[in-house]
Design a protein around this ligand. Structure first.
Ligand code: SAM
Length: 230
C-alpha cells in the first residue's frame, strides 16, 4: 500500500510513523509513506501563501485551491494507481471500523489535511475526494485525524500484525467490544483473575469471553447491539 499525505506540517508525522507497528509495517515492505508539503506548491513570493480571507467575510482564513491542486497533481503522478482520496474534515462521514476495513483493501490512499477555517469548497468538488471525520469535534488541523485513520487502516493490512497481536478479537471486528483481559499476577491488590481463565478449559473460556463482550457492549455501546440477536 502507498499512502500519500498532503499537509502543511509533514514533520508532525515523523514520530508516529517511526515507532511500533507503523514502523514495522514499513520495514516489512507492506506500506510506504510519502509526505508532501502543500506550501512547496504555492506561488513563489508573498511568503508562499496558501491561505486567504473568506469571500463574504467572517473570521479566519481559508486554504486556497491553487497550491492544493498543484500539490495533488504532482503527487498523483508518482504512481499509476489513483486509489482513494480522503479529505480530512469534521463535516465528513464518521470514520469507523467498517471504513477502516474498506480502506485497508486499497493499494493507494491519499490524505489531504486541512488547516485554518478549512478548504476552499472547490478543492473537495474538483478533486472528487471523499470527506472523513474522526469524530464530532473540531481539531486545529487534519494531521492528527490522518494519523488516526492511517494507524487504524495499516494495522488491518495482512502481515502487519504478528499472531501475537492479531486484530481478529479486537473491538468492532465482530460487532462487539472486546472481552476483558488479565495478565500476571493472579491477585493484584486484592483483585483476583476470574477462576475460569485459570481453568485451562478453552471451550468454557471462549463462552465466558463472548458473554463478557456482550455485557460490556450492552453497558458501554448499546447502539452496536441494535438489530443483533445477542
Ligand atoms: N471551519 C471548519 C468547520 O467548522 O467545519 C473546521 C476547520 S478545522 C479548524 C481545520 C482542519 O482540521 C479541517 O479543515 C480538517 O482538515 C481538520 N479537522 C478538524 N476537525 C476534524 C475532524 N473531526 N475530523 C477530521 N478532520 C478534522
Amino acid at each position: 500500500m502507498r499512502i500519500d499525505v498532503l499537509t502543511l506540517f509533514p514533520e508532525m508525522f515523523e514520530s508516529p510513523l517511526s515507532h511500533s507497528i507503523l514502523r514495522r509495517a514499513q520495514e516489512k515492505g507492506l506500506v510506504e509513506f510519502f509526505l508532501t508539503n502543500i506550501r512547496d506548491f504555492a506561488a513563489q513570493g508573498n511568503y508562499r501563501r496558501v491561505d486567504d480571507k473568506p469571500y463574504g467575510g467572517g473570521p479566519g482564513m481559508v486554504l486556497m485551491p491553487e497550491p492544493v491542486f498543484n500539490c495533488f497533481e504532482h503527487v498523483q503522478k508518482q504512481s499509476d494507481v489513483k486509489g482513494r482520496v480522503v479529505l480530512l474534515s469534521p463535516q465528513g462521514k464518521k470514520f469507523d471500523h467498517e471504513k477502516a476495513v474498506e480502506l485497508s483493501r486499497e493499494q493507494r490512499l491519499t490524505f489531504i489535511a486541512g488547516r485554518y477555517e478549512g478548504f476552499d469548497e472547490r478543492i473537495r468538488v474538483g478533486l472528487g475526494a471523499e470527506q472523513l471525520s474522526i469524530g464530532d469535534y473540531v481539531l486545529s488541523g487534519g494531521e492528527l485525524a490522518a494519523m488516526v485513520i492511517i494507524d487504524a487502516v495499516v494495522r488491518l493490512q495482512e502481515g502487519v500484525l504478528g499472531d501475537e497481536d492479531s486484530a481478529c478479537d479486537d473491538s468492532f471486528s465482530n460487532g462487539l467490544l472486546e472481552y476483558p483481559h488479565y495478565t500476571r499476577p493472579e491477585i493484584f491488590r486484592g483483585m483476583k483473575v476470574p477462576e475460569i481463565l485459570l481453568s485451562g478449559d478453552h471451550g468454557k473460556i471462549a463462552e465466558w469471553r463472548k458473554a463478557q463482550a456482550i455485557k460490556r457492549t450492552r453497558e458501554n455501546r448499546p447502539d452496536l447491539l441494535e438489530d443483533k440477536n445477542f
